[in-house]
Design a binder for this molecule. Sequence first.
Ligand code: HEC
Length: 133
Amino acid sequence: MAARIASLALFASLAAAPVLADDPRWRDCRTCHAVTAPDGSVVARGGRSAPNLYGIAGRALAADPDFRFYSDDLRAAAASGARWSQENFVAYMTDPDQFLRSVTGNPDAESGMHVELRSGAREVYEFLRGLSD
Ligand code: HEC
């Protein structure tokens, strides 16, 4: 039984590999972000200077318990109860500061992420959703 579980896990990790290779936009994220499952297995390798994006689809804002450097403004936005829907994700990726300003109502809100994705945010969201199923 243990061997069977191990081989299923191996199959799952092999199955994820081609998806990774297929999404060139992840290269814009992995410098800072990784995707790591709750059991510690790395679904998509990446940096540690930004929150883990595992399960980001539908997750509450600023909800990686191991990331200690969330900005005050992303935390303030999280206090509104907002979640990472596809719509919120696309708005955030297109203009992080503007997204935080509209969610918090604070015209001076600033994101701790200085990255903007002018196109393809929807595809990245679907890609990340697929990695966390
Ligand atoms: C230069 C480093 C860097 C890069 C590159 C980067 N991010 Fe980020 N990202 C951050 C940081 C830092 C935060 C935390 C921001 C804050 O606290 O305001 C963050 C936050 C996020 C969040 C919110 C996480 C949460 O827990 O609420 C999402 C979603 C996100 N990034 C997606 C992406 C995607 C998708 C890409 C690639 C297109 C990307 N990021 C590229 C540094 C980066």
